[in-house]
Write a protein that binds this ligand. Structure first.
Ligand code: GDP
Length: 511
């Protein structure tokens, strides 16, 4: 019911409708077509369409401001080699162990939590250096709220110090500087602060906002001060998250454990992970069987900013991958299948067919898919089952189930954008319901009608349909010579009507 209201409000907003992108306009047309033909209420048609889209991938939810609660910051330590990143992490971890009197062996799970006596907490990512940070960034993951830049007090600003500053700036992540090795006699923390100025890192004593804390990882000096500085900055940043609702997060590392199987450590960003949660990350999914913290303790749940190791993955997800909760195992499988399909659809580099007219948004397959039964209803369930992944699989499958009395129409479909091809395919599938007649989708793709299309059509005795695409004069001449029909349309339902007419006029094959 809620969704209904939302869509109604949305659709009533003229501004919203007028700013629809091309692809969405196509969807609009599709929906109107469904409404016209089925008498279905507009908003139900809209819902059907949205459900289908949702079906293809897991999505992030919309945050509700009144559910947000403060969360601990997630911190990455960066800096020049040998300046003490690992030592600092070790010292912070040790400080925590003593405090908690856990006395156990810490497990490496990619991150650990440090608590202050006042109750605040900070999650430190355990992999120092910017390789991990950039690999996550490259995947679009924003796992870090604050960067602690370690600079050795005797060495000063070096190459990788500068690189780290650049990474932080690019990612718009604020910095705290830990001037390390202050126990050394040759330590010159003031020089470090001066050198940092040249790179736009302005300490508080120079009138800037960057906190510069002298520490010694070796002696454990000022670690509390550093953690407090981090918490203070986190307060300024007003870091918040919604601990209820579906889980969102990011994978920080994964490996195969002899006892536990595939395990992945994640940072929870929204929601609370619990046993039994169904999660997807990249092309793998998990039904969470167990959660462990960095002390190896089994947890009941882990909320925002907590690092937790999850057991129950079907495959190993990769670091940096986005973690999303879905409602069921079935849904998780669909999402993973859809993603695998999408990835397999990546443009072939110098593909075997070498069709220059194609931008290969959806290259399809030259294999026919004769005899594939089509869903008979335009309703949600029928449509959900005919995802593009299924379609692709069907197109790949050898045509073993052909009934000899069936009429069939080999078809080549070209569209201006991937979305339009997709929309037409969906539409065709919902209309190609009669048992006696089947489309054989020989090839579909994005781009102008090409010579290759004409040759395919000739080989399969098929027709070419184009939506919002053109065909050059030479192509039209070639088609005429080969007896291939090219149908070009700019309105989806006209294309579909045209195609239906051709389908029904197709004579059964003579055998
Ligand atoms: P990373 O390459 O940045 O991870 O640096 P490491 O943590 O491996 O430290 C490099 C070297 O500096 C090691 O020999 C450490 O023992 C030494 N080191 C690290 N922190 C301190 C410190 O606070 N004081 C002194 N004197 N040496 C340190």
């Amino acid at each position: 019911k809620d969704t209904d209201h939302v869509f109604e409000a949305l659709l009533n907003t003229a501004a919203e409708l007028s700013s629809l992108e091309e692809e969405e306009l196509l969807e609009e047309r599709w929906i109107k077509e469904v409404v016209k033909r089925s008498g279905m209420k507009y908003r139900w048609a809209r819902l059907t369409q949205d459900r289908e889209r949702e079906n293809k991938d897991a999505t992030r939810r919309v945050l509700e401001p009144d559910r947000l609660q403060p969360r601990p910051p997630v911190v990455t330590i960066m800096g020049h080699v040998d300046h003490g990143k690992t030592s600092l992490l070790d010292a912070l971890r040790r400080s925590q162990l003593v405090e908690q009197e856990a006395g156990g062996i810490t497990q490496h799970i990619g991150a650990f939590l440090v608590g202050l006596p006042t109750g605040e907490q900070v999650t430190f990512l355990d992999t120092p250096g910017h390789a991990a940070f950039t690999s996550m960034r490259a995947r679009g993951a924003h796992a870090t709220d604050i960067i602690i830049l370690v600079v050795a007090a005797d060495d000063g600003v070096m190459n990788q110090t500068v690189e780290s500053i650049q990474h932080a700036k690019k990612a718009q992540v604020p910095i705290i500087v830990a001037v390390n090795k202050c126990d050394k006699p040759q330590a010159e923390p003031e020089r470090v602060a001066r050198e940092l100025l040249e790179h736009g890192v302005v300490g508080e004593e120079y009138g800037g906002h960057v906190q510069i804390i002298p520490v010694s990882a070796r002696k454990g000096d000022n670690l509390l001060l550093l953690t407090e500085a981090t918490v203070a900055l986190a307060e300024v940043l007003e870091l918040k998250a919604d601990p209820s609702g579906p889980v969102e997060g990011v994978v920080i590392e994964s490996r195969t454990d002899r006892g536990k199987g595939a395990v992945a450590s994640v940072i929870v960003q929204q929601g609370t992970v619990r046993r039994g949660c169904v999660l997807v990350a990249g092309r793998s999914w998990a039904k969470v069987r167990f959660l462990f913290d960095e002390q190896g303790q089994a947890l009941e749940g882990a909320g925002p900013s907590r690092a937790v190791q999850l057991v129950g993955w079907k495959d190993l997800p990769s670091a940096g991958e986005e973690l999303l909760e879905v409602e069921s195992e079935q849904r998780a499988r669909e999402v993973v299948e859809w993603r695998s399909y999408k990835e397999d659809q990546a443009p072939p580099e110098g593909g075997p067919e070498g069709d220059p007219g194609e931008t290969a948004g959806a290259p399809g397959s030259a294999t026919s898919r004769r005899g594939r039964p089509m869903p008979t209803s335009a309703g949600a369930r029928g449509r959900q089952r005919c995802t593009r992944a299924n379609r692709q699989q069907a197109a790949m499958r050898p045509s073993e189930k052909t009934h000899k009395t069936q009429r069939s129409l080999p078809l080549i479909l070209k569209g201006d954008v991937d979305g339009s091809v997709e929309a037409i395919l969906s539409l065709l599938e919902s209309y190609d319901a009669e048992d006696q007649c089947h489309m054989e989708l020989v090839h579909f793709g994005v781009g102008e009608v090409s010579e290759n299309d004409v040759r395919l059509a000739e080989t399969f005795s098929g027709s070419i349909y184009g939506f919002n695409v053109s065909a050059s004069k030479s192509i039209l001449r070639l088609a005429e010579k080969k007896g291939v029909q090219i149908h070009l349309h700019t309105i989806i339902y006209k294309l579909v009507d045209d195609l239906k007419d051709e389908l029904s006029s197709t004579l059964p094959p003579p055998w």
